[in-house]
Every structure is written in C-alpha cells, then in structure tokens.
Design a protein around this ligand. Structure first.
Ligand SMILES: Cc1cc2nc3c(=O)[nH]c(=O)nc-3n(C[C@H](O)[C@H](O)[C@H](O)COP(=O)(O)OP(=O)(O)OC[C@H]3O[C@@H](n4cnc5c(N)ncnc54)[C@H](O)[C@@H]3O)c2cc1C
Length: 403
C-alpha cells in the first residue's frame, strides 16, 4: 500500500513539529517554507506543561528542557508601586503532569530542533525558499502551486495542511474568513541583557499591570551566559514604528522600568508586532486543513499562540493517522470543529481577559482585580485551578472529552 503524502505549508514551530509528528507516524511528508533561514525574531518563548507533554511524545521535550530556562513561578505585579501582587507556583500541578513548570525557550530553537529530527527521516522532503502560491483540489488529491527561485511548479499531495502563519496563503486560497479584529496598538518587544531579576526580585515570567503602560517581562536563554530579558509594551495607538522604536523612545521607555541604571544601555534587539484576535471560520476544506496561526491569532499575553498551535498539530496528526488506519473519516471533521471551539474558549477568551486586566484604568476595578489575584494565589486549590487553565491542561481534558 502506498503511503499517504502530506504537504505541510510553513516551517514555523507548528509546521516543523507537525511534519516531524507525521513522519514518525509513517506519512510521506513534504514541508514547504518560503524563507531560506529560520526566523530568529523574538516571538514565542513560553512553553506550557501541556505542550511539553506533547513535545515529549515526539521526543523533543528533554532537549527543550535542557536548552530552556525552567520557570516554576509566574508573577503578577503592580507597576506603579513595584509591588508583587501574586506569585503562582506550577509545582501545584505536580500531581497531573510530569512537567510542573513552564520552559522559556525561543521559538526558533524549537523549530531548529524539530527540523534536525525531521532530517533523520530519509524521505521527508524539506524545501526551503519555496513559497506556496495557490492550490486546487478534487476527490483524488490536492495540487499546490509553488514558486522556488522564481520558477513556478506544481506539487501533488493527498492532504495539505496550512501552517503558514497569520497571513496564511492556504487559508486565503480556500477563501476562508479570518474572523475577529486587530488591536489598534502595536506591541513592542525590547530585548536587553539588563538583570531584571536583581532589579525586582522577580521570576522568569512577569506581568506588570499599569493603566498608563503595562509591561510583560520574560527571561529567555539567549546566546550569552546569564540570559536576556524581553520587555513587551503597548505602543501608543497611532504611533509609527520609526517613532516608537527610536533610540530616544526606547531609552525613555526602559528607563522608567528600573531604579538602577537604564536597561537600554544593554539593548540587544527591538521589534514591533501587529496583534490580532482572529479565528478562521473553518479549519478544514475537504483535503486541506489549517493549524497554528494560520487558523487562529491572539495577543501574546498568556503565551498561548504557539502552544495552542502545537496542540492543533498533535491532534491533527493523531486524527489523520487514525483515519489512515481505518477509523471514521469524521475524526478529521471533529479535529477542525474541536480545535476551533477550544481556541475560542481557552485562548481567545484568556488572552483578551489578560490584556484587559493589565491595562484596566478604573481604580476600583483595578484594585478589585488585584485583590482577587492575590487571594487566588494564596489559596492552593484556586491557584491550581487557575494554572490548569493558563497552562492549557484543562483544554486538553476538554479536548479528550469532545473526542
Ligand atoms: C511578541 C510575541 C510573543 C509571543 N509569545 C508567545 C509565547 O510566549 N507563547 C506562545 O505560545 N505564543 C507566543 N506568541 C505567538 C507565537 O509566536 C505564534 O503563535 C507562533 O509563531 C505560531 O507558529 P506558526 O508555526 O503557526 O506560524 P509562524 O511562526 O508564523 O510560521 C509560519 C511559517 O510559514 C512560512 N510561510 C508563510 N507563508 C508561506 C507560504 N506561502 N509558503 C511557504 N511558507 C510560508 C513563514 O515563513 C513561517 O516560517 C508570541 C507572538 C509574539 C508576536
């Protein structure tokens, strides 16, 4: 019997892990990536316990833990007073997961590790510098129109999955709406070697709420001993990148974050991102599927986009393998419906609520949200329930129930 041929469009973290999982399940895999090199811009760094469990199944978790920073705690701060509001301890999840912590690791390192493993499969075909332009499908299969070094060719596959990010060509070729909205303000990511742990006594993951200007502070391993910190800020609405990322603006913004010198003196990188809350109207059209940012995009507060994408990848490959082995084809429809529902219920709702909590300007609501968070952190039962949700472990349980 000939092996089914899966074409994966987009070798970001979701496509790379999905392609590896599919190759391990015996599919013939072609992975198409427009860029020649892995994108090293600072995006995801937080890998939650539920996702570590999935990476364990494809043999990547131990390496991710080894390369990353193990973050047991997750802090909430009041920025104006520099007071710690709540510290949540992932160890409370030790009875339900082998990974009662988050790992902080830059997403390009996950991509590189997944591609290294994929290369061990002799017939897995990874085509960098190849862009999908369009597709058509019939009962027999899918034809992808791709462009490589200025030459357009066609590629046949039994099944295609678009993991080509928020501006997905695959989704557009299917005419699927990306429903939702884009936030008016951009998010700025400033990366510095400044030691924020010494500054605040903070953990590796921190939310600072502030009606004037909230901040998220995360530590990542970086390339140098001692690691580096990423500070995420909202840019004032309407401000152009040139201004928001200018030397003066960066210096001023980072100076306000420290009482002991300007973190801008150790600046390593600056970047701005447009931020969306959008979900594809459907994650499937016959033989073509969507996963990761191609299917859903959200603001990064909560660190859920990549995580949810890896969950999509895991569930898609499991459903495809089961159907290939003779299970009901309805499992693939169920994949598409379930992943959409879970994204809306867990990722969209949580990330919107996280943003609202950080930027709340009403003093009464702000004080009551902080009191509620402090009370929750002080109550192990409630803190555990909160972490089950933020780590997407609850979403995995719900997904199992929906299967
Ligand atoms: C500042 C910031 C911080 C974040 N932090 C977190 C976090 O801590 N945790 C978390 O879970 N998420 C986080 N996210 C979200 C996370 O980065 C994304 O959810 C993740 O990158 C999605 O992965 P993906 O593989 O679906 O898409 P992408 O990473 O966008 O990869 C898509 C790939 O497809 C390729 N491609 C595009 N079009 C084509 C085409 N036509 N043909 C071939 N290839 C194509 C692209 O070159 C790219 O390599 C963050 C995002 C930002 C901006």
């Amino acid at each position: 019997m000939s092996r089914e041929h899966l074409a994966v469009v987009g070798a970001g973290p979701v496509g790379a892990v999905l392609a590896l999982a599919a190759a391990q399940r015996g599919f013939r895999v072609t992975l198409i990536e427009a860029d020649q090199a892995v994108d090293e811009n600072p995006r995801a760094a937080t890998i939650h316990p539920s996702t570590l469990e999935m990476l364990d199944v494809v043999g990547l978790a131990d390496e991710v833990v080894r390369l990353g920073l193990v973050a047991r705690y997750f802090d909430h701060w009041d920025r104006p007073t520099r007071a710690l509001t709540a510290r949540l301890d992932h160890q409370l999840l030790a009875d339900v997961t082998r990974f009662p912590f988050v790992v902080q690791l830059e997403q390009h390192k996950l991509v590189e590790r997944a591609l290294e493993r994929l290369a061990e499969f002799g017939d897995a075909d990874v085509r960098r510098g190849t862009r999908a332009l369009d597709l058509r499908q019939d009962a027999a299969g899918v034809t992808l129109l791709v462009e490589e070094a200025g030459v357009e060719t066609e590629l046949q596959a039994d099944v295609v999955i678009g993991t080509d990010g928020a501006r997905s060509t695959v989704r557009k070729a299917l005419g699927i709406e990306f429903e939702g909205y884009t936030w008016p303000e951009r998010f700025l990511v400033l990366t510095t070697a400044f030691d924020f742990e010494a500054e605040f006594g903070c953990s590796y993951r921190n939310y600072f709420s502030d009606p004037e200007e909230w901040v998220n502070l995360f530590k990542v391993p970086g390339e140098e001993p001692g690691g580096r910190w990423r500070a995420v800020f909202p840019a004032p609405t309407g401000q152009e990148d040139d201004e928001a990322l200018s030397d003066d603006a960066v210096r001023e913004r980072l100076a306000r974050l420290s009482l002991h010198g300007n973190p801008a003196d150790q600046l390593l990188h600056r970047k701005s991102y447009r931020v969306h809350q959008r979900v594809a109207a459907s994650f499937r059209d016959r033989r073509v599927f969507l996963a990761g940012d191609a299917a859903h995009a959200n603001n990064p507060i909560g660190g859920l986009g990549l995580n949810c994408g890896i969950h999509d990848a895991t569930e898609f490959v499991r459903a495809l393998a089961d159907v290939s082995a003779g299970a009901s084809p309805g499992l693939l429809d169920a994949y598409a419906e379930r992943r959409k529902t879970l994204n809306v219920e867990f990722v969209q709702q949580q990330t919107i609520a996280n943003k609202k909590r950080l930027e709340e300007s009403d003093p009464v609501k702000r004080a009551s949200a902080q009191e509620a968070m402090a009370a929750l952190a002080a109550d192990p039962e409630r803190a555990r329930a909160f972490l089950l949700r933020t780590s997407l472990l609850e979403s995995v349980d719900k997904s199992r129930a929906l299967v």
